[in-house]
Ligand binder design. Structure first.
Ligand SMILES: [Zn+2]
Length: 226
């Protein structure tokens, strides 16, 4: 029965059809992935803490309050959770536990994390920068009294991924990843996310991502290892 079916012209047609569909889906997914556009503009204001006890953290992404602090934090976490190769962080101060946990998960996946921070703020109350250092993350800082006042992170920046692929065996990971940058006025703290009037942008725009990545790389070269 099976031999008969296998020799039937219809079988050949079905096999070719299925093969074509699988190939088409693979190529389509590749193209979609490479063109996936991310743009999220996050405004933090007096309404950001309004639904603090209104919904569980996991449902925050669907929160109708467009200023919701929990929603914004979960959106950042969601993007960090998609990092494949690298996360480069330049942050004045950072205390948000959800973001720290997302960085830990990234480290567990083999993502390389680098941190640039400010020497004055390093030992401030609740700072999580040293928690990352304890997990083996390299920290660098400027040697001047001028503030390292940036608040941004770059996920899978093009130049960084290329340099990591040169030194790592990346065969088990996809070579086609979506780079993204998260930047804005807010420190990643309770005050920044639901106490102040702040703004942040999450974007996969290549020009933005590459420009922030280039500045991170430039600072990384000139700053001192902590
Ligand atoms: Zn909410």
């Amino acid at each position: 029965m099976f031999v008969w079916l296998r020799n039937h012209p219809l079988w050949t047609a079905v096999t070719i059809g299925a093969g074509t569909m699988i190939t088409f889906k693979y190529i389509r997914d590749k193209i979609r992935n490479s063109n996936q556009e991310i743009l999220d503009i996050m405004i933090f204001n007096e309404l950001s803490g309004k639904c603090d006890s209104g919904h569980p953290k996991k449902e925050a992404l669907n929160c109708p309050n467009k200023y919701c602090s929990k929603r914004h934090i979960q959106r950042i976490v969601q993007q960090i959770d998609q990092a494949v190769y690298s996360i480069d962080i330049a942050i004045y101060t950072f205390t948000t536990i959800e973001i720290l946990e997302a960085f830990y998960r990234a480290l567990d996946r083999g993502v390389t994390i680098r941190v640039i921070s400010d020497p004055e703020m390093l030992s401030s109350t609740g700072s999580k920068v040293l928690s990352l250092k304890s997990s083996g993350v390299e920290i660098r800082m400027p040697e001047t009294t001028a503030l390292m006042h940036h608040k941004f992170l770059v996920i899978d920046g093009g130049a960084r991924v290329k340099s990591l692929l040169r030194v790592k065996d990346g065969r088990k990971k996809p070579t086609c990843v979506v780079g993204a940058v998260f930047y804005g006025s807010a420190n990643w703290t309770a005050q920044g996310f639901k106490g102040n009037w702040e703004n942040c942008v999450l974007s996969s725009d290549k020009l933005l991502t590459n420009r922030f990545q280039a500045e991170f790389d430039r600072m990384w070269t000139s700053f001192k290892r902590y």
